[in-house]
Design a protein around this ligand. Sequence first.
Ligand SMILES: Cc1cc2nc3c(=O)[nH]c(=O)nc-3n(C[C@H](O)[C@H](O)[C@H](O)COP(=O)(O)OP(=O)(O)OC[C@H]3O[C@@H](n4cnc5c(N)ncnc54)[C@H](O)[C@@H]3O)c2cc1C
Ligand SMILES: NC(=O)c1ccc[n+]([C@@H]2O[C@H](COP(=O)([O-])OP(=O)(O)OC[C@H]3O[C@@H](n4cnc5c(N)ncnc54)[C@H](O)[C@@H]3O)[C@@H](O)[C@H]2O)c1
Length: 460
Amino acid sequence: MAAGPAGQVDVVVIGMGPGGEHVASRLAEAGLSVVGVDRRLVGGECPYYGCVPTKMMVRAAGLLAEAGRVPELAGESTVRADWSLVAKRVREQATDDWDDEVAVRRFTDTGGTFLRGEAKLTGKNEVVVTAADGAEHRLSARKGIVINTGTEPAVPPIPGLADTPYWTNRDAVQLTELPRSLAILGGGAIGVEFAQVFARFGVAVTVIEAQPRLLALEEPEAGALLAEVLEAEGLTVRVGARAAGVSHDGTTFTVDLGGSTVTAEKLLVATGRCTELAKLGVGAIGIDEKARLLEVDERLRVADGVWAVGDITGKGAFTHTSMYQADVVIADVLGRDGPPADYRAMPRVTFTEPEVGAVGLTEAQARERGISVRTGTTDLASSSRGWIHAAGNEGLIKVVEDADRRVLVGATAVGPGGGEILGALAVAVHGEVPVSRLTSMIYAYPTFHRAISSALADLS
Ligand SMILES: Cc1cc2nc3c(=O)[nH]c(=O)nc-3n(C[C@H](O)[C@H](O)[C@H](O)COP(=O)(O)OP(=O)(O)OC[C@H]3O[C@@H](n4cnc5c(N)ncnc54)[C@H](O)[C@@H]3O)c2cc1C
Ligand SMILES: NC(=O)c1ccc[n+]([C@@H]2O[C@H](COP(=O)([O-])OP(=O)(O)OC[C@H]3O[C@@H](n4cnc5c(N)ncnc54)[C@H](O)[C@@H]3O)[C@@H](O)[C@H]2O)c1
């Protein structure tokens, strides 16, 4: 291997998620000797168990829903859902049957060296990689180490749960046959995306969310509207419901909500993510092993010669965060000038229908920061385009203004193409475009994004 007998290299990248692979590949292309390490699959959670397979599922489920609207607007339709097509596409196109041969080659073709195994920090700039067969590789990194170890599904300590055959996202993306009924613990992004997909394929789905609303971190209006649409589609949504116990009798799960129960054939746990910093050996570089996340500065530095990117930095558990941070790290390692990391206009999109797009601060977050806030909201269904669109037109746009600076600090777009409408709002927040300029621009008629002007007109 390129690391040589002494295991001396320029850079070791631990974890080849989206950001880690990007850093490792670009640094190798720049001529550095780079070893990328992953204990699972090169590419990380996103292509194999996250974004890509789930968005293929969302696309298929969306087609079913749209076909179901034909009788209301265009004639007759008869649709027979067939999950095997989705499972086949996920297996063959998204994940290569959960095989990363192509991804490994994509990296090694840049000149990097790949090691499959569990990496552990053993000292400043030192890493030990243990392969599945127990073989150990000791590496020493002259320039530094980049940590991109991501997250694992978090399983809450609910009495009984650990002894049941519950699923996480990693099981759910590999399904070849669907259950008759499914309970989902957690109404965050993972929970609601899977919930709508499976329900549209005929599964009786119950979402159990401990917080008072779905997508608890987003604007309350977004979670409330989403719950309304899901319930109208036949799902059961239990918000403010904390599981007191879970049991499985061999065929059925029972979730005890303290006063009522939910039963289902299968249970999907989607209650957030956790990190494994102690296992990674961060104590060896002076970091508290009980920490949940790695504190990073604006260049993603954790310590001298150590950088981190991705979910583990706690700046937004999204592929685009990981890739964005990777570019900052690449510049820093190569000693190039570049802007520091800036998360003011962090976009996020939950791919339900209605799609929930948001950027920057919510109203509550802006108020917590002491910003003098004005908000404006508009109903997308009653916009010209929403009214024309009819079936499936539920949505809203909400903007959050810093009233002193007269710029938007956050915005939410829920509805058909909510994540695409978000593009314009993200530019406004990122570019700190004065609201007076946004209100004087021309919005094409009849688009969904034209409703942004109504939300701005509502600012008060
Ligand atoms: C169901 C689901 C849907 C999602 N949908 C979206 C979406 O639509 N859009 C979006 O932007 N984001 C989405 N995400 C989030 C997205 O997958 C992550 O934010 C993204 O993968 C970036 O993570 P990361 O770069 O931190 O690393 P990860 O992708 O988590 O990869 C980390 C890698 O590190 C490896 N590793 C960990 N510890 C070690 C070790 N000690 N030694 C060696 N290797 C190690 C792991 O094997 C893994 O390959 C979704 C996530 C899930 C679960
Ligand atoms: N479209 C996307 O970009 C996308 C899609 C999926 C996931 N992701 C990323 O993955 C991360 C993890 O997703 P997630 O949905 O697992 O986490 P999350 O933190 O977004 O949501 C988890 C939810 O589970 C609830 N919960 C926790 N314990 C519970 C309990 N015991 N009973 C009932 N509810 C409980 C929480 O209140 C929370 O609302 C997200 O933060 C997101 O960044 C992104």
